[in-house]
Design a protein around this ligand. Structure first.
Ligand SMILES: Cc1cc2nc3c(=O)[nH]c(=O)nc-3n(C[C@H](O)[C@H](O)[C@H](O)COP(=O)(O)OP(=O)(O)OC[C@H]3O[C@@H](n4cnc5c(N)ncnc54)[C@H](O)[C@@H]3O)c2cc1C
Length: 600
């Protein structure tokens, strides 16, 4: 079984050695789990991804989704993997036993889904949204809603969608015009239109549950006036059987750059005034409800970027070991050698390996913090983990998707002309990956969330918590002589981060706010660069500890890990100072550049 999806040795290193995920099993919440159950889960996920998901990735991309007579036909080849995923209980892997879940840590769910997204991004989008729809119904639904909708969603009999976007309401969610009119029986009539809805119509499941943001007539303008509704494609009878179709139609699907197997749908609600919705959660708290869905989805989208980068890197590595061009650098022997021996290709591959592994650590750490929050008994502890998750979420989403895409395009480059051709898969990874920087709140919106809100919230509590975790890892590594210089480099970058954060916050609170906010995206990138420095110094320290007495194979892995960490910290991290200096110049040409001057 060849795995060109993810380096599971590295996944295991992050889970068991870096994070020590087994300590979760000592808590009451995860007491039923052990390393053995985790291993079983990873092995089974690997088989499912390799045997079922990956083989239909190209075909799903070729066939795409077909819109015919008002309904969407998904690639037929998706049906079996989708069924096997549901039968295997993957949908509810991290959910409590009461809902039929397996109560596994979220970090495990993410580790497995790295394989699924790498194997077939478009197919796995159906599952991710269905899980989030089930989860939000579990948290906010009435008992009846849980019985009617949540349970079939967790079982994968129904699929779920998340309906925010409208033509005039993209990033600007608060201007949504979809209306909800109260009916005497307590339900609501939904009227309006949504666009770009993933899985908005599909023929993989018997019903589709739309989680829709709409404004109850008379509610205030803006996001605070929005409420959340469950709008099923088919109404569900009290005994769980399907009733009549709801008054909602699919008006078409988009023809896109990538994820062709995922139908991005235009939905019209209530053309005949008969679209029935049920309120989910309190009135006018729709954005709070939706944020539960969005927070999970944001880290999951970060995972998509990382996963596609991971598989693109492994394909490039394989190709670079096979493809022979040119002779060995500096040699008089004209025998052709594998391109991996050339300095440029080798540097490119190490660049890709660094980001792939750094991002994996970031994503799994973020989800591990979610688990620690769920498993902690004390309020202070819970708050600490929650703070870390809050701060890292926009970075996990935006940084992972931007860098994941960069890894995909570099993988094409390593393949030369072959990378530009369909036969070699990497072009699909890049096409599929691009959307991850756009949906679930564009990466610019993530940067605003980080700079405008997260670093300052609760007087900087989340920001300070993350900084002290970073500093603790650096301090530990500085006690290891081999790593001390690298720990010093990471410490220096953290000081630079603190300085640029203070600088920008000060500017943002005065007359220069517009100019300061124009640096939000580069600021997120800087933060991400330094977070990866933290991950790598932590990993190097862990590898150093594990190395002694390990097997020959493991020794090689640890040596590779320490070299990768040193390469990242020594060769890639220093670029951060140029980025920071550029901000500190605080050059005003940006504000002087009037809109009219762009194209006089
Ligand atoms: C394949 C696909 C699947 C999707 N799936 C779903 C789904 O399931 N459910 C759903 O509700 N939506 C979905 N979307 C919609 C997606 O979330 C939006 O496209 C996204 O939020 C951006 O909105 P927009 O396209 O209207 O762009 P706009 O909001 O018009 O943004 C255009 C550009 O301006 C920037 N921008 C806008 N406002 C600001 C600001 N205030 N500050 C800084 N920059 C700003 C953006 O970053 C972007 O670069 C999907 C989209 C696609 C393409």
């Amino acid at each position: 079984m060849e795995n060109k999806l993810a380096d599971l040795r590295d996944t295991r290193f992050v889970l068991y050695e870096q994070l020590g995920i087994e300590k979760l099993c000592e808590t009451e919440k995860y007491a039923d789990h052990s390393k053995e159950t985790f291993e079983m889960i990873i092995d089974t996920a690997e088989k499912l991804a390799i045997n079922q998901f990956a083989p239909v990735n190209s075909e799903g991309d070729e066939i795409g989704c077909v819109f015919e007579q008002g309904t969407v036909r998904c690639p037929e080849v998706y049906r079996t993997p989708f069924q096997k995923y549901c039968e295997g209980g993957w949908m509810s892997l991290p959910d409590v036993y009461d809902v039929g879940g397996q109560n596994a840590p979220f970090a495990m769910y993410f580790a497995c889904h790295e394989l699924f997204y790498a194997a077939n991004h478009a197919l796995t989008v159906y599952m991710g949204l269905t899980h989030s729809a089930a989860k939000v119904t579990e948290i906010f639904g009435t008992d009846e809603q849980k019985r009617k909708y949540m349970q079939p969603l967790y079982e994968g009999r129904y699929s779920g969608t998340m309906d925010l976007t409208e033509t005039q309401a993209g990033s600007d969610v608060g201007v949504a015009r979809t209306r909800a009119i109260r009916n005497p029986d307590g339900t609501y009539s939904i009227v309006g239109g949504k666009i770009f809805i993933s899985s908005g119509d599909n023929n993989l499941t018997e019903n589709i549950i739309h989680i829709v943001l709409a404004r109850i007539v008379g509610a205030p303008e803006g996001t605070r006036g929005l409420s959340c509704f469950i709008v099923p494609k088919y109404r569900v009878n009290d005994d769980g059987t399907l009733g009549e179709p709801n008054d909602l139609t699919c008006a078409g699907v988009e023809h896109k750059m990538g994820i062709h197997g995922s139908p991005t749908s235009v939905l019209n609600f209530g053309d005949n005034g008969k679209c029935v919705g049920e309120l989910l959660g309190p009135e006018q708290k729709g954005i709070v409800v939706m944020f539960h869905m969005m927070n999970e989805q944001r880290v999951l989208v970060g995972l998509q970027g990382q996963a596609l980068g991971s598989t693109a890197y492994l394909h490039a590595l394989d190709f670079a070991r096979e493809r022979k061009q040119g002779s060995r650098f500096g040699s008089k022997d004209s025998t052709q050698v594998p391109i991996i021996t050339h300095p440029d290709v080798r540097r490119n591959l190490l660049w890709m390996k660094s980001y792939t592994e750094g991002l994996r650590a970031l994503i799994l750490y973020t989800t591990f913090c979610m688990d620690m929050e769920a498993a902690s008994a004390g309020e202070d502890d819970k708050k600490k983990w929650q703070n870390i998750v809050e701060l890292l979420t926009p970075i996990a989403k935006a940084y992972s998707t931007d860098k994941g895409f960069d890894v995909c395009t570099r993988a094409i480059q390593v393949h030369g002309g072959y990378g530009y051709c369909k036969e070699y898969k990497v072009e699909q990874f890049a096409r599929d990956c691009k959307i991850t920087a756009i949906y679930e709140g564009t990466n610019a919106i993530q940067a605003l969330d980080l700079f405008g809100r997260k670093i300052r919230m609760s007087s900087g509590a989340a920001y300070n918590t993350v900084l002290s975790e970073m500093k603790a890892a650096v301090e530990k590594a500085s006690g290891v002589s081999e790593l001390a210089p690298y720990a010093g480099e990471v410490a220096k970058s953290i000081t630079a981060l603190e300085e640029i954060t203070r600088f920008l916050i000060e500017k943002a609170s005065g007359e220069d706010a517009y100019l300061a906010y124009s640096w939000a995206t580069p600021y997120l990138e800087i933060f991400g660069d330094i977070v990866l420095g933290w991950m790598f110094i932590w990993q190097a320290c862990t590898a150093h500890e594990s190395e002694a007495g390990s097997s020959a194979n493991d020794k090689q892995f640890y040596a590779g890990k320490i070299s990768t960490a040193k390469f990242y910290i020594g060769s890639l991290l220093p670029a951060v100072y140029g980025k920071i200096d550029a901000i500190k110049q605080f050059d005003r040409s940006f504000v002087q550049m009037d809109e009219a001057l762009f194209l006089p």
